[in-house]
Design a protein around this ligand. Structure first.
Ligand code: ASP
Length: 461
């Protein structure tokens, strides 16, 4: 097996610039903390302004002008620049990350552990959602008029989602094959097709790890390390703009909340949010306390930049660079772990989305009086576990998938109209749960790999 030993022994150790950045900046940890507080302040101010716009000036032309010409472009610039950096960041750091794992066996061991962790946490999320929705039964209180009115007002939107939902159905199986294995590598990068980007990075990482030409391999790996270092540096620059961008994103989000619609489906919102909170505060804190063995409060305090970015962007993909950076800088998780587990988690591990899908599907079933027996409930769980893998980490990524899952269970897909009007808000919450799940998975791997997490918490104040 010694042939499988990579360059690990001979390659320059992979350090995407953190030590250098630390030396260069006067007090990076303090600065990191300040950015985190400023992001939170931005989030609150943005939400307040957005809600004032929504309630006080719902149809004012000047508000529409601000949303379109001021806050809109600021938010978009932030979102796009984060997404822009995802492919070079994942590609370079995942290849180096995989190649630096040492052996194919090590990679296999980590991969299996991560996979099991994902299944357990996603299953927990799904069961929590199912328990709440079946107990509270918010759908039984919705009148036929409300139902028909919602379907009528969302007609156009439903038609366009139906289109993509059809494509989703084909893309589940056997379509997933072409999603994972692209015909053209560059094309998959250009389309930010993350399943393919990850697959290609793994292939190259493993191949480099087995290369006989150690010298050539070393050169490629140090070049890729430099690309990864540069990408992380760019993320650092983008994060300096985060407080303002987060505020701008929140103004637009809060001003577009369907406050009127919310009243009619209030109980549904309560169930979804309760589910998110249970997964966020109960499942994850149990894992942090008993499996990862870290102080729970400290964990929540330190993931704040991740939570705020996810909440304001509603996109796991856009949050990925922040997630990696925060785990490295505030928890001391080594790059060899973040580069491996975060891109993977962002793509395949979606606890919040899985929870939301179960609740939304069963809610619509209740509204339409479609009985879902035990077999149906089990099928739904399996369906959601599998389909959440294919959900794109972008705002509203799960809606087409949800629609096709509903159709396969005999739940009228047009019922999606009932949940669409308030989805902006719920999307923010499920993205937070998604990225927190990915963060706990990375910390779990760090624990398994015997990284001194407690020591890191002290040194990374
Ligand atoms: N917005 C979610 C995410 O990026 C995906 C979804 O719509 O569930 O994680």
């Amino acid at each position: 097996m010694s042939r499988f030993f990579i360059v690990a022994c001979s390659a320059p150790s992979y350090d995407p610039g953190m030590s250098e950045i630390n030396e260069n900046e006067s007090n990076p940890d303090k600065e990191e903390k300040q950015v985190s507080t400023r992001i939170l302040i931005g989030l609150i101010i943005g939400a307040i302004i957005g809600l004032v716009f929504n309630i006080q000036f719902p149809d004012a032309p000047w508000v529409a002008w601000i949303l379109k010409n001021v806050t809109g472009p600021i938010g978009t610039a932030f979102l796009q620049s984060l997404i822009m950096i995802v492919v070079p960041l994942v590609l370079s750091s995942l290849i180096v990350g995989v190649a630096n794992l040492g052996t194919v066996e090590h990679l296999g061991r980590l991969g299996t552990r991560l996979g099991l962790f994902y299944i357990v946490t996603t299953l927990a999320a799904v069961l929590i959602g199912q328990a709440f929705i079946n107990t509270v039964q918010p759908g039984t209180g919705i009148s036929v008029e409300t139902r028909e009115k919602a379907i009528e007002s969302m007609k156009d939107q439903i038609a366009s989602i139906e289109e993509s939902s059809k494509k989703v159905k084909e893309s589940l199986w056997p379509g997933i094959v072409t999603k994972v294995i692209p015909k053209n590598i560059i094309d998959s990068w250009a389309k930010t097709n993350m399943l393919a980007v990850i697959f290609i990075s793994f292939l190259f990482g493993i191949a480099l790890l087995m290369n006989d030409n150690k010298e050539g391999t070393q050169t490629v790996l140090s070049m890729l390390s430099a690309v990864s270092e540069a990408s992380i540096r760019i993320v650092g620059w983008i994060m300096h703009l985060a407080p303002y961008a987060v505020a701008a994103l929140m103004v637009n989000a809060a001003s577009s909340f369907g406050l009127e619609v919310m009243k009619s489906v209030a109980l549904y919102i309560v169930v979804v949010v309760l589910g998110y909170l249970t997964q966020f505060f109960l499942t994850y804190s149990l894992i942090v306390k008993y499996v990862i063995r870290l102080p729970v409060v400290e964990f929540y305090k330190r993931i704040l930049p991740i939570v705020a970015t996810a909440f304001s962007t509603s996109s796991s993909s856009a949050t990925m660079p922040t997630t990696m950076r925060t785990l490295e800088k505030r928890f001391g998780v080594p790059e060899s772990i973040t580069t491996f587990s975060i891109p993977l988690g962002m793509t395949v591990n979606m606890d919040g989305t899985a929870l939301f899908e179960v609740v939304a599907a069963l809610f619509v079933a209740q509204v339409f009086g479609v009985p879902i027996d035990l077999m149906g409930q089990v099928t739904l769980v399996i369906l959601v576990l599998l389909t959440s893998i294919g959900v794109a980490g972008v705002p509203g990524g799960s809606i087409p998938i949800l629609m096709s899952a509903m159709a396969s269970l005999g739940i009228p897909p047009e019922g999606i109209a009932l949940v669409l009007g308030v989805d902006r808000l719920l999307d923010m919450g499920r993205t937070v749960v998604n990225v927190t799940g990915d963060s706990t998975a990375a910390l779990y791997l760090a624990r398994v790999e015997k990284i001194d997490l407690e020591g890191n918490l002290l040194t990374h104040e």
